[in-house]
Design a protein around this ligand. Structure first.
Ligand SMILES: Cc1cc2nc3c(=O)[nH]c(=O)nc-3n(C[C@H](O)[C@H](O)[C@H](O)COP(=O)(O)O)c2cc1C
Length: 350
């Protein structure tokens, strides 16, 4: 059994977390991973407040094990300053009614006050952990500490890791550029040890990890566990059309690209007609979060309709390593038991 600062702090059987993937990581995936002994994380950002409350209830009905929720709390989303929201609202209003209807997954990021409501709902629910991406506001960390909620910060650079460390988070997730979703420039192999060298907190590895080899390698780098996204897309519990899951299973390194077309920030996603038409046009992204109003309908075009040409789907390079759709609990157990075998072989020679 692998014991690390992560398993000890949260009482987990395995040092394996499923990423809080917006839209993809809903209650079914979270409970499957947590019940298997890992840490399931809800993609909290994609829920309007009432839906978030309901989803948390489903998790609590489905597991009594530790679970986490991901939130994005940059000032641009938590501000109450109307003038900052005005351009975003203009973009929202320019959408047709049908397009507004199809904005599940990004509406909360385009609605003044929605993220503040998400914050209150999460604090009231007091999950075992909250995972913050982009920013680690002091006021929020304090509220979490008061409630005994463990705070993780997901970062893609050494500088951001130092900022999160100084803000007093409990764990840092160092995410390399192989990862699906928003990403930086350094690979996991270089970023994880570089972050470990400059922070006091335990560090988890993210990006490019899909199996026991990735877990064993991450532990060898000094990580206290792994944070895995793409591998869990190919599970029955993940939200998303079979076309999407099957593309992950059949995917290769050359199928992902870096694009700003989804959120205005650098992201790794499936390369398709939408991303290449965007990149070859002279359009400039409308910034974060405004670009979500431009691209937001693409989310359900991919996840719900299964349109792989014009959907917008973050995905990481590990699709090259994913060969079958497996129950999320099995993914966790296989990863842990294969890593244990590898570590034993390295230690004993057999
Ligand atoms: C479909 C998808 C959606 C994601 N959504 C989010 C998100 O909402 N918030 C977040 O912090 N990270 C998000 N990520 C990034 C993951 O948290 C994680 O860092 C990444 O998937 C790890 O790399 P891997 O995909 O190689 O496993 C997303 C990743 C994917 C593939």
């Amino acid at each position: 059994m692998i014991k690390t600062a992560l398993t000890e702090a949260l009482g987990l059987k395995y040092p394996v977390c499923s990423a809080g993937m917006a839209r993809v990581a809903q209650a079914g995936l979270v409970t499957a991973v947590s019940n298997a002994g890992g840490l399931g994380c809800l993609g909290g950002v994609s829920f309007m407040p009432d839906d978030l409350r309901a989803e948390i209830k489903k998790i609590e009905a489905g597991t009594d094990k530790p679970y986490a929720i991901n939130l994005l709390l940059p000032d641009s989303l938590t501000t109450e300053d109307e003038t900052q929201w005005a351009p975003v609202r203009e973009l929202w209003k320019s959408l047709s009614g049908a397009d507004q209807e199809k904005m599940a997954g990004v509406e909360a990021l385009l609605t003044p006050g929605a993220v503040a409501d998400q914050v209150q709902i999460v604090l009231d629910a007091a999950p075992s952990a909250v995972v913050l991406t982009f920013a680690t506001p002091d006021w929020f960390i304090k509220e979490c500490k008061d409630r005994g909620i463990t705070v993780f910060s997901l970062v893609g650079s050494v500088g951001k890791a130092q900022e999160a460390s100084a803000a007093g988070v409990d764990f840092i997730v160092a995410q390399g550029s192989e990862a699906g979703g928003h990403t930086g420039y350094a690979s996991t192999m270089t970023l994880v040890p570089a972050v470990i060298d400059v922070v006091d907190q335990p560090v988890l590895a993210a990006g490019g990890i899909a199996d026991g080899r990735g877990l064993a390698a991450s532990l060898a780098l000094g990580a206290a566990g792994v944070w895995v996204g793409t591998r869990f897309i190919a599970s029955p519990e993940a939200y998303g059309h079979d076309n999407f899951k099957n593309r992950v299973v059949g995917g290769s390194f050359k199928d992902s690209t870096i694009t700003y077309s989804y959120s205005g920030k650098r992201m790794r996603a499936f390369e398709n007609k939408w991303t290449s038409e965007w990149e070859s046009s002279d359009k400039k992204p409308a910034g974060f979060p405004g670009q979500y109003a431009v691209a937001g309908t693409r989310v359900e075009t991919g996840y719900l309709d299964g349109d792989m040409d014009f959907g917008m789907m973050p995905v990481g390079q590990t699709m090259q390593l994913v060969h079958e759709i497996l129950p999320a609990g099995e993914i966790v157990e296989n990863m842990a038991s294969d890593a244990e075998k590898i570590l034993r072989r390295l230690a004993t020679g057999n």
